[in-house]
Design a protein around this ligand. Sequence first.
Ligand code: HAM
Length: 418
Amino acid sequence: MITRIKGTQDISFDSIDYWQYIEEAIRKITRQYSYTEIRTPVFEATELFKRSVGESTDVVQKEMYTFDDKGGRSITLRPEGTASVARAFVENSFINLGSPTKLYYVGPMFRYEKPQAGRLRQFHQFGAEILGSESALADFEIIEMAYSFLKELRIGNTRLFINSIGCPTCREKYKEALRAYYSEKVTTLCEDCRRRYDTNVMRLLDCKIDKEIAGNAPMTLDFLDDDCKEHFEELKMYLERANIDYDIDGHMVRGLDYYSRTAFEIKSSSLGSQDQIVGGGRYDGLVEIVGGKHCPAVGFATGIERIVMLLKSEEISISSSKPDVAILATGKNEAIVGFEYARRLRKAGISTYVDVMERNIRNKMKHASRTGARISLIIGGEEIEKGIVTVRIMRDGSQYRVNGDYMTNYIVDKLRNA
Ligand code: HAM
């Protein structure tokens, strides 16, 4: 048997209803906030991610699916969506449409990580980005939108963590302080951290091994210049005015190099070790890095698999895609009539499942129960002869014989109480 690749999922019977529930919430929220969808390719030139996400990040160093195509070009399956959005923004001159540009995307991302619950090699993100605004109002809207999305899904037990990592000027001072802090400890650090110390000292804070040392490191907020400080204060004020609670995490620098100023994460206490459900922040330098003019921007992304896990663990009830009616016809002629009934029911907006297996009525009934249909329509020889159908209410097994001409109205009525 050929099996699926490690770290990937077949999403169907046991969770597809959750996915569709989430996708509906995405459509609703993005419409409410008036963001335009963007669909970018799932693969891009490797250079895009190297330049934007950063050469020394774990994502680029260890996690990218990179290969040469038949033309000898280095291609990478996108590990995240923001770099592609920035590239598309520049390539399609969206800036000419007037600022800001508000975009959202939904789709698969690929990271070669060690698979575990909530961490996959192919996972899906819903992300939103505002390009063209430097204002803390944009940061606020992005966070508020992520929040509204979770609220729409009825997810509770979440906590927002915010930080500011400042502009490149503040960051230079911060990096110096970090280097000083780590200078005596560097020999005791893990192999990755020793490399990070030389290549990109801020990435030391991402370490999952030397966590305790990172926990006592200097905080970015102590190195902000006046403008960055004011920007952060403004964001805090907007959050407070909107009653969105937050904690400040002065060590949160996020694992991607393109961030500047605001960084934020929303975590859930209902998940295990992979508790981060939303990640985002400001990336004022990214558009320039991918070849455009300076264009401040901010965004978030959330992992749909983690949201599914949350919905399940918080036992949030969702509507299912089960049929309203199952049509069980016992022969070929009966089935032809059955299909006619199905057409009428579907036209009336009723979800109708037709059993297309030729088997006896007992097995058809068993199958109908399995589909979760609330009502079965039984069509046998007698029904055809008399122009009637037998309507069976699955919940209690009660059966009614109904004139075929009135069947649709009868079913509509029964479904209200079945
Ligand atoms: P990120 O924090 O790397 O940020 O990912 C965002 C979310 O994607 C995470 O919070 C998590 O829910 C989900 N996620 C990440 N990796 C995995 C994985 N291996 N398996 C399952 N879920 C995963 C970004 O990707 C940025 N592009 C976010 C952003 C948008 N920043 C600004 N705009």
